[in-house]
Design a protein around this ligand. Sequence first.
Ligand code: FMN
Length: 281
Amino acid sequence: MASKGPVWYQLYLLGGREAAEAAIDRARTAGVSALVVTIDTAVSGLRERDYRNGMKELTGWNPFAKIPFLPQFLASPRWLTSYLLDGGLRELPNVVIPGQGPMPLTDVATALGQSAITWNDFAWIRKVWSGPMIVKGVLTGDDALRAVDHGAGAVVVSNHGGRQLDHVAASLNALPEVVKAVAGQVEVLMDGGVRRGSDIVKALCLGARAVLIGRAYAYGLGAAGREGVARALEILKADFERTLKLLGCVSVAALDESYVSRNSVSQHWESVTSVGRFTAQ
Ligand SMILES: Cc1cc2nc3c(=O)[nH]c(=O)nc-3n(C[C@H](O)[C@H](O)[C@H](O)COP(=O)(O)O)c2cc1C
């Protein structure tokens, strides 16, 4: 099993400021070492697959709305049984609405839309959380500097895995601008699209201190629970090490921009970044 490491708490303002303050309090009591404040989720993105799969109907209260989606359930009886035995649809125990209790999962999209974070919110967040703060969802040098001004000790260059603003820049392409802008004042992390060791290598070459993963671990979780997450991490680690060896790079610290080449596909499209030392040494 993976060893225990520091635990961060990711904050949304779902349920309002009072609920967020209570959540921060509980995170502190639980020994959380850093607060991650996500800034790219003013509303939920347009998740077209959620419409197709009937996410709203299946998680809603109206039993008749579920009827068109029943074949999906009936086709997976084992999954359905274990889902129901496991308690069915969850509440969010980390979002406790004062006077009401944990927020039902069904309310999340509406609550997100009512709870956009602004730079002004950082003043009260800093008052209730004096520990390390990481601002996640930065894609420009200007926003990174603003996050630093508002007390961030690190920023995460993230496009939310491409699940928020359609046609937004790839995190990897936004990374060099952010690294340049913060000029070593704070740590720069990156996420979005990390599926292989070479994705991690590219991010580190372009100045990230580390990467975060979303779906790569979630796929492992879906396939095999806790062991699946450990396996997903092992696969990434092995592939990362393999990539370093294939590059002939002796250490993580030695990774730099000379190991990647950035080619412009056309003047209007995002550039693609490939791994490999193509320039003369
Ligand atoms: C199912 C799912 C739930 C997520 N929930 C959150 C969340 O609650 N807060 C947050 O900051 N990001 C959330 N994200 C975004 C991830 O933290 C991360 O930015 C993104 O998934 C990275 O891209 P990747 O999935 O390609 O690794 C979520 C992503 C997925 C796939």
